[in-house]
Design a protein. Structure first.
Length: 105
């Protein structure tokens, strides 16, 4: 397992269940390529995307529109660089109807 995520709905004070997330990998000279996708569990988690572990630049694309009916931000894109392949990188997203925040977990 290399990249995982957790989405917390701050406005409701609970995990954001059933939120679609895509994981992409950047290939120099070719652009972004999808390497995994999923939908958050009832606990707001995606434990793994099924990607092959590799160092490089990844982006998580959170489909906020699939969670909030009329969001101000229809999506959130978080770009991270993975340097240490054996390490597990966890990327939480704190979500509200008019904003979001992230950090390395």
């Amino acid at each position: 397992m290399m990249i995982s995520t957790y989405v917390l709905d701050l406005g409701r004070g609970r995990p954001a269940a059933r939120l679609a997330v895509e994981l992409d990998f950047f290939i120099t000279g070719h652009g972004w390529r999808e390497v995994g996708h999923g939908v958050t569990s009832e606990e707001g988690r995606i434990y793994e995307f099924g990607e092959t572990p590799a160092a490089g630049v990844y982006r998580l694309m959170f489909d906020i529109g699939s969670y909030f009916p009329e969001p101000f931000f229809p999506s959130a894109i978080v770009t991270v660089e993975v340097r240490d392949v054996p390490q597990h990188d966890h990327v939480p997203l704190l979500l509200s109807p008019y904003g979001y925040s992230t950090y390395r977990g």
